[in-house]
Design a protein around this ligand. Structure first.
Ligand code: C2E
Ligand code: MG
Ligand code: MG
Length: 641
């Protein structure tokens, strides 16, 4: 009986087209792409040997040696296919670390290959698998069924593995990877009952085509410009890594001046620069043998994600990239200065879940460390993102358990030579996380919306204090209360504040609200309306942290500020004569606008002296006192009176 070879030829065509398209679509990098490529090559070679063997069978009655070689090669390659597909699934589910540990699984995957190889090696002598009879025909041997047994084991194992790790896959990818099996089962059965009808390789090729179309999609995985994996792929990969409890080390390479470079070079220019960085990242990965998955997440952010066992060189990789970027990149006769910040983080030690990782890649804190390599632990505490994530719960708990406390830091009046006011600063001592800095929980609460409750609490506490008899004895003019950006955007802020003031029956002049420079530079009607209503009601305003943001001076002068608070960072003038010039002129400018000055963060007598000479109205800082609990503050003020 002649064998029908046309299906094999079709399979060959499909596989060649697939192979070419994988190469043209640059789907040759990264573990998953490589595994798919090799699987494709294996099936293609199996198909070629199948065609060769069938043609020999059909064409001539001689060529016995060639027939033995062709059939042996075909069966050998064929026996590897099921195992190779399982390896591909393992890589796809990113569970190699678990697979490697499971001896039974490894045995069941590779034992059939070994057994068939041994049987084929001795086949010439004992004809277990097949033989070529005297008429030159191919005849199945008595152990031929072993091949079917191996196929059945391979299929069952693959299906079980896919089902076991289905959560590591999207539903679409799970279905596509599973769909390969029904194709194969139908074809194997057809070929078993009709040995002349060679449809199995065709079914395999169709399966590969299906997987390629649904799963291996470059437009979803690869960034066209850099050729690295893109954000979408990163998100699925990282989610899977946490799900599989895999230990990885991540090197985050950020181009800090990305926006400035993009503005200067335009889209084409910045793309050339990003491509150069991406090439260097690939070269470094290769050179250091880091075997990392490489990503471009957009906005000048690159990542190496490497398995922990391959991560001994992480510091070398990071330092090499840092040096490369520091040296600069040349583009059209320009030497571009690439300001970078590189951070090494370990999962799950530093970032214990997907949510924490997501918060970290959005976190600007990393970019403060310029042109150097920094470890995660130097930027954030391990529980930082836990706090971010659970902030609503933490705030509720703090309000219920009274673990929030408003502290006061006295503010010294130079002119009057006494403590004239104080700033209210919130403290949190959480049962689980201990003392948490407001620099951590305030921004988190702003994001979650918990800031409104915090704001109400602080304002109420301050009003209560102002209305008390003790406060009267202290002779303080007013208390400064911090307002966050989110609070200022609240449409009912003014009415809420006025209601509380009424409730405690206090003079609005005893209050001064601090608004940060960043909040003030938002162009927001609500903020302006709030300010005007409260100002008209007699409440004064201070501009906090002046000198830290990028002020829109036009907007700032249009707001009713009574006081400008000069940030600590502008007062570090000791070794910086130029900053001294800036400071003096800033002070003159503020005075020229008839506003008063509070200098923040003054720690030394020398600075106190300096600001007295520069005729700043108020001084606040550790030199006088840290923020202290209310009772201590009352005692302090009484003593200093
Ligand atoms: P801020 O309003 O600029 O407060 C001044 C910060 O500088 C405080 O930090 C204070 O403890 C610290 N400081 C004061 N004097 C010195 C000094 O001499 N040297 C140094 N190194 N630091 C000094 P703190 O209390 O950690 O607060 C950080 C920020 O958190 C505040 O900055 C403010 O923006 C925010 N914050 C604190 N309490 C509240 C609140 O009740 N509501 C809102 N919305 N924000 C708050
Ligand atoms: Mg403040
Ligand atoms: Mg401040």
């Amino acid at each position: 009986m002649d064998k029908v070879v046309y299906y094999d030829v079709c399979a060959l065509l499909i596989l060649v087209i697939l192979l070419v398209s994988l190469i043209l679509r640059r789907m040759t990098k990264g573990r998953l792409n490589k595994a798919f490529l090799w699987l494709n090559v294996l099936i293609l070679m199996t198909t070629v040997t199948d065609i060769w063997a069938v043609m020999l069978d059909n064409m001539t009655s001689g060529a016995i040696t060639l027939k033995y070689i062709a059939h042996t090669a075909y069966l050998l390659l064929h026996s590897c296919m099921a195992a190779m597909y399982i390896v591909y699934v393992v890589i796809h589910t990113d569970t190699m670390h678990k697979f490697k540990k499971n001896k039974i699984l490894i045995g069941l995957t590779f034992a059939p290959v070994v057994i068939i190889t041994v049987l084929l090696a001795v086949n010439l002598g004992n004809k277990f698998i097949f033989y070529i009879n005297e008429e030159g025909q191919y005849v199945r041997g008595q152990c031929f069924l072993v091949l079917y047994g191996a196929a059945v084991i391979g299929i069952i194992l693959g299906i079980i593995y896919l089902v076991m790790y289905r959560k590591a896959l999207s539903v679409r990818n799970f279905v596509a990877l599973l769909a390969v099996y029904p194709f194969t089962i139908v074809a194997v059965l057809a070929q078993y009952f009709m040995p002349g009808l060679l449809v199995e390789m065709f079914a395999n090729a169709c399966g590969m085509l299906f997987v390629s179309m649904i799963v291996q999609r470059p437009e979803e995985l690869i960034d066209v410009n850099t050729g690295l994996k893109k954000l979408g792929a990163y998100l699925t990969d990282m989610e899977r890594i946490f799900y599989n409890e895999k230990q990885v080390t991540i090197i985050m390479v950020n181009v800090v001046n990305y926006v400035a470079l993009k503005d200067m070079l335009g889209y084409n220019g910045i793309n050339v620069v990003l491509r150069k960085i991406a090439r260097q990242i690939e070269i470094t990965n290769e050179k250091e043998n880091a075997k990392a998955e490489l990503y471009y997440l957009g906005n000048g952010r690159f990542q190496f994600v490497m398995e922990r066992s391959k991560a001994e060189n992480a510091m070398d990789v990071a330092e090499f990239m840092c040096d490369y970027l520091k040296t600069g990149i040349s583009y059209k006769h320009m030497d571009l200065n690439i300001v970078n910040s590189i951070c090494i983080a370990r999962c799950p030690e530093d970032l214990k879940d997907y949510g924490s990782l997501m918060s970290f890649i959005d976190d600007e804190a990393m970019t403060k460390y310029k042109d150097c390599v920094i470890e995660f632990s130097a930027i954030r505490k391990n529980d930082f993102y836990d706090i971010m994530k659970n902030i609503d719960e933490i705030v509720e708990r703090a309000l219920a358990n009274h673990s929030f406390a408003v502290y006061y830091q006295p503010i010294y009046s130079v002119k009057e030579n006494r403590f004239a006011s104080a700033e209210a600063l919130l403290r949190l001592n959480d049962a689980e996380y201990g003392f948490v800095s407001p620099a951590v929980f305030i921004p988190a609460a702003e994001k979650s919306g918990a800031i409104y409750k915090i704001g109400e609490f602080v304002f109420e506490e301050v009003c209560k204090f102002i209305s008390s008899e003790e406060f009267e004895h202290l002779g303080l003019d007013y208390i400064e209360v911090n307002m966050s950006v989110a609070q200022c955007m609240q449409s009912n802020l003014a009415s809420q504040i006025l209601t509380t003031i009424k409730k405690y029956n206090i003079d609005p002049k005893k209050l001064n609200l601090e608004i940060t420079e960043t909040a003030a530079s938002y162009s927001q009607k609500t903020l302006m309306d709030n300010l005007i209503t409260l100002h008209d009601a007699g409440i004064a305003f201070s501009l906090d942290d002046f000198g830290t943001g990028y002020s829109n001076m036009r907007r700032i002068v249009s707001m009713p500020f009574r006081i400008i608070k000069i940030d600590k960072s502008l007062t570090e003038v000791e070794d910086n004569p130029k900053l001294m010039v800036v400071l003096k002129n800033t002070i003159n400018m503020i005075k020229g606008m008839n506003m008063e000055i509070v200098v923040e963060g003054v720690e030394t007598e020398k600075l106190v002296q300096l600001f007295k000479e520069l005729e700043c109205e108020y001084i606040q800082g550790y030199y006088y006192s840290k923020p202290i609990p209310k009772d201590e503050f009352i005692e302090y003020c009484m003593q200093k009176r």
